[in-house]
Structure formats: C-alpha cells, structure tokens
Design a binder for this molecule. Structure first.
Ligand code: IPE
Ligand code: IPE
Ligand code: MG
Length: 251
C-alpha cells in the first residue's frame, strides 16, 4: 500500500501490541465511586483501542483482562468482573465479527464458570475465519503458569521417548506456549503508572519495546495509543547487534 505524503510509514508500525490495562480502580476512587465502577469504564476504553487497532491495520492486539493473581481480590470485585466479562462478550462479539476481527483467549479456562467457558469457545468459533485484527484476551493468564504448562507438555514427550532432552530448543518451548502462531509483541504498553510486567507474557516479551503511561485505563484514548506508537517508531531495535550493524542492515 502506497503511503500518502504526510502519512506515517505504516510498514514500520508494530505488528503485535500487548497492553496491561491498569488503573480502573483508581479511576473510580478519584471520582469517589466504588473501585468496581472503574471496570465498565475500562470496557469503553477497550472498545476505543480495538477500533483504533482495526483501523490502523495492526495485526494482533493482546489485552491483559484478568491475571491468575487477580482471584486474590475481594470476592465481590471478582464476581463483578466475571459478570462484566460475560456481559461484554454477549454484547460485543457480533460487532467484532462484523468488523472482521478474530477473537482468541489465552489463560486457564477451567477456573471460569461453564457458561463463561462456553461463551468463550463460541466466540472463538464464530470469529475464527476473520482475517482482520486478531484480538487476544488474556483471562486468568499468568506467564509463569504458561511456561509451566509448556514444560509439562515437553516433559511428557521426553517421558514417552518421542524426543530426547537435548532436542529441546527455544522454538520447541515457544511452540508449547500460548499463541505460538502469532508474532511476539513488538510494543508493550502499561497504563496506570506502575512500571512492572505483573506476570504477563514473560517469554514472549524478551525483545519487546516497553511504553508506560500514568494515564489510568478508563482515560486511555486513541491519541494515547498513537503517542505510544510514535514513541515506538523512534526506537532502534538492535537485538544484540550494534547500532552501526543495524543501520547497515536496513540501508
Ligand atoms: C486493571 O485495573 C483491571 C484489572 C486488573 C481487572 P485495576 O483494577 O488493577 O485498577 P487499579 O490498579 O486498582 O487502579
Ligand atoms: C495486572 O494488573 C493485571 C491486569 C491488568 C489484568 P494488576 O493491577 O492486577 O497488577 P499488580 O497486581 O498491581 O501488579
Ligand atoms: Mg491495578
């Protein structure tokens, strides 16, 4: 696709953006509302960001919606998050489908109610042939757990004599993790001011560019996303090489 004069060079845009959507509780508290009121406001920000990524022809957007540690929150907040998850799928999946968006989930599903698990599976099936943006929702996801489960799969193959321990290489591990068929994130964004990974895609973030903003998730706008991408475009990704080597490679 030819870029119009003044247009950004979309070929250099991140293919995969991964976001920790943080700050819903504080957003509500700042307004003297109960923490849980921040989560529906967060869903509106999700819709803005999904629309932005679809329009900008980003290939993959992964959103951290619920971590394997978030079960530690007060019961009432967990149960409100579960109903919001269900309601949002019921309301939004047809629209995602119409917009050619493919929905996928990562994380352990067995801890969710049967009803939620069914809706997750149906939504994935309904959108599986869509060719636009792939929207990955990390729900009950933990990076340590992802790696642990991958190790179990590989250990089983060793036990059965299908492979030897020395056959284990990086690509075998990567392929046993979640979303092995998608490119690793190029850009990681965390809203809400905390600067940590909180057990998100640990393996896959090895060479990802990080962008932190103090903006709280419900305030996150298309402009915030554009600012993160503009910042990403100024980065030199060296993957261990020197700057001179990288410049020679790209010229
Ligand atoms: C992120 O916002 C949403 C979830 C973890 C589900 P938080 O609820 O963590 O908001 P803060 O960090 O308490 O403000
Ligand atoms: C990370 O946010 C998980 C999600 C956004 C779903 P948290 O708010 O739970 O992270 P910590 O516990 O402050 O690191
Ligand atoms: Mg938080």
């Amino acid at each position: 696709m030819q870029n119009e004069p003044g247009d950004k060079d979309k070929s250099r845009y991140p293919r995969h953006i991964a976001i920790i959507m943080d700050g819903n509780g504080r957003w509500a508290q700042q307004r003297h509302l109960p923490r849980i009121m921040g989560h529906p406001a967060g869903v509106k920000a999700v819709k803005r960001v999904v629309q932005f990524c679809a329009e900008q022809e980003i290939q993959v957007l992964t959103l951290f919606a619920f971590s394997s540690e978030n079960w530690r929150r007060p019961k009432d907040e967990v149960s409100k998050l579960m109903s919001l998850f269900m309601m949002t799928m019921q309301k939004e999946v047809n629209r995602l489908d119409k917009n050619n968006i493919r929905l996928r989930f990562i994380g352990e599903r067995a801890d969710f109610s049967e009803k939620i698990q069914q809706k997750m599976a149906d939504s994935e099936q309904q959108t599986e042939n869509n060719t636009g943006l792939t929207l990955v929702i990390a729900a009950n996801y933990g990076g340590h757990r992802d790696i642990t489960l991958a190790m179990q799969v590989i250990a089983q193959r060793v036990k059965e004599g299908i492979i030897q321990p020395e056959d284990i290489d990086e690509s075998m591990i990567a392929n046993a993790l979640s979303i092995p068929d998608l490119p690793d994130p190029d850009l990681f964004i965390r809203s809400g001011g905390e600067e940590r990974v909180s057990n998100f895609l640990l393996w896959q973030l090895a060479y990802t560019e990080f962008y932190f903003t103090s903006e709280l998730w419900p305030d996150f706008k298309a402009e915030t996303m554009q600012a993160a991408i503009d910042d990403f475009l100024t980065r030199e990704r060296r993957f261990g090489r020197t700057s001179e080597q990288v410049q020679n490679l790209s010229s």
